[in-house]
Design a protein around this ligand. Structure first.
Ligand SMILES: [Zn+2]
Length: 148
C-alpha cells in the first residue's frame, strides 16, 4: 500500500460518556442473557426478559473502574498520535457525543471535504503535508492539473 494518508478522523467522546457506554453491560446470573443499561435494558427493571431472573452481574472487563483504567491508558497512547496528525493538518475531529447518525454524517462530511476531482474524473484526495499543500491523484500526478 503506497498510498498517501489523506485524513485521520478523531471521533471525540467525553471520557465520562465513554465510561457510561462501556460499563453499562450486565448479564443475567441465571440464563446468561446480556443487557445494557442505556441501549438494551430489561423490559421490566430488575427482571430478566428471557427467564424472569432477578440477579445480574457485571464482568470484570465491564466494571467502571476497569473501563476507566483502560480509557486512561488509551488516552495516554493516543495523545501523541493526535498531536502528530494535527501538526500535519490531517486531523479532523468529529463530535462522538452526539447521535450515531449525526456522527456518521459528520464523518461523511469530512471525507467529502478532503476529496477533490482531478481532470481524469478520478476521485482523489487533498493531502495537506507539513507546511504546504500537495495534492496527488491516483496516478500520482501532482497538483497543477486539479480543478479545485
Ligand atoms: Zn435470565
Amino acid at each position: 500500500m503506497n498510498k498517501p494518508l489523506n485524513a485521520v478522523i478523531n471521533i471525540d467522546v467525553k471520557p465520562a460518556v465513554l465510561v457510561e457506554r462501556l460499563s453499562g453491560r450486565y448479564i443475567c446470573k441465571n440464563c446468561g442473557a446480556t443487557y445494557h443499561k442505556l441501549y438494551n435494558p430489561t423490559k421490566v427493571p430488575g427482571t430478566c426478559d428471557r427467564c424472569g431472573g432477578h440477579e445480574f452481574f457485571q464482568r470484570d472487563d465491564d466494571k467502571p473502574a476497569t473501563v476507566k483504567n483502560r480509557l486512561k491508558v488509551n488516552i495516554e497512547e493516543n495523545t501523541p498520535l493526535i498531536d502528530f496528525y494535527q501538526k500535519r493538518g490531517l486531523l479532523f475531529t468529529v463530535n462522538g457525543d452526539q447521535d450515531i447518525d449525526l456522527v456518521f454524517a459528520d464523518v461523511q462530511a469530512v471525507l467529502k471535504k478532503t476529496q477533490l476531482a482531478c481532470r481524469h474524473g478520478l476521485t482523489v484526495f487533498k493531502r495537506v503535508d507539513l507546511c504546504y499543500n500537495v495534492a496527488v491523484c491516483a496516478e500520482g500526478l501532482p497538483s497543477p492539473h486539479f480543478r479545485v
